[in-house]
Design a protein around this ligand. Structure first.
Ligand SMILES: Nc1ncnc2c1ncn2[C@@H]1O[C@H](COP(=O)(O)OP(=O)(O)O)[C@@H](O)[C@H]1O
Ligand SMILES: [Mg+2]
Length: 295
């Protein structure tokens, strides 16, 4: 069931181990209420993809995911006919001396339903639930694909020449994400509600780490989060995301580090920073400074 308020949205998301800011919960609440797609931008690893998963959990359905890439076409995104099986059916009919009809060749069984088409049909496991469609990293797809999406998102129906029109009884919740490798077209953005996801506030990131890396002690979690927040103020090529903070806490716990000291930070810095320039930038002096940040 859809949450009835912003507060309920926040609580429902935290039930899925997802800790959102109030702005983001408002965005999701409105997307559900107004039946509009939610467009999320932000640095990698701040929880864009995860929000769609959590929303699906809240609505009691399986998330459908369309991962975008250059050259993505409608056969992979929408539907495709299962030619080998159609030919088999044709042969069988011929062998039995029957004349195969169009209806027997173009039936649902032979329709390979890709995420966009599935999103217009009820969830077989929970037919009353609203579908959740994640269109991930739209900035990686080509512009013609964007135009096609825009059309689909405006009427939530698709006509398949040999089969008929498929129309969603209720628009699915669509979450679209971009890592901003290029600007997404204005028209597409205008269809959507927009949310920028920044790095979480310290108390929120602590909640996330407590839920996702419980093997680290509370003290270690607090120190690690404080350290990462200091790191993010430096001029790095790629600041650590939430995913990195979680990984780092897990790594430290795996190494049985109970207190954050310069040596264990140095040894595990590769979990937080993934670029050589950043690793050189954060030298012993910088580590000492970041460690001095109050927990
Ligand atoms: N707000 C959050 N609450 C809980 N976990 C989060 C949150 N944000 C990020 N994470 C964690 O970080 C990981 C990476 O997030 P992800 O959604 O893949 O990032 P993005 O899609 O923005 O690159 C997730 O698997 C999840 O464990
Ligand atoms: Mg992602």
């Amino acid at each position: 069931m859809d949450p009835a308020s912003i507060d309920e949205t926040l609580v429902a998301l935290s039930g899925q181990q997802y800790f959102a800011s109030r702005e983001l919960a408002t965005g999701l609440f409105l997307a559900l209420k107004m039946e509009r797609p939610l467009f999320l931008e932000g640095e990698p690893g701040v929880g864009k993809t995860e929000l769609a998963k959590a929303a699906a959990g809240v609505l009691g359905t399986q998330m459908l995911r369309l991962q975008c890439y250059e050259g993505l076409d409608t056969a992979s995104a929408l539907y495709e006919w299962d030619y080998p099986r159609q030919i088999m059916a044709l042969r069988l009919a011929e062998a039995a001396g029957e004349q195969p009809s169009n209806d027997s060749l173009y039936k649902s069984e032979f329709l390979l339903k890709r995420p966009l088409l599935q999103a217009l049909m009820p969830d077989p496991l929970n037919p009353t639930a609203r579908r959740v469609l994640l269109i991930d990293e739209i900035d990686r797809a080509d512009e013609p694909f964007e135009a096609f999406l825009l059309e689909l998102l405006s009427d939530f129906q698709v006509s398949i020449p040999e089969y008929g029109t498929v129309c969603a009884e209720r628009p699915p919740l669509v979450v679209m994400t971009s890592n901003r490798t290029r600007e997404v077209h204005d028209a597409l953005k205008r269809r959507c509600l927009y949310q920028w996801i920044g790095y979480p506030a310290r108390d929120v990131e602590l909640q996330i780490v407590a839920a996702r890396a419980p093997e680290a002690s509370v003290e270690l979690q607090a120190r690690a989060v404080a350290f990462v927040h200091r790191l993010r103020t430096l001029d790095l090529f790629k600041a650590p995301g939430v995913a990195e903070t979680i990984d780092w806490c897990r790594a430290l716990a795996a190494l049985s580090v109970s207190e954050l000291d310069p040596q264990s930070v140095q040894d595990t810095l590769g979990v937080l920073l993934k670029y050589q320039d950043d690793l050189t930038r954060v030298d012993a002096a910088e580590i000492a400074q970041c460690l001095a940040a109050p927990a």
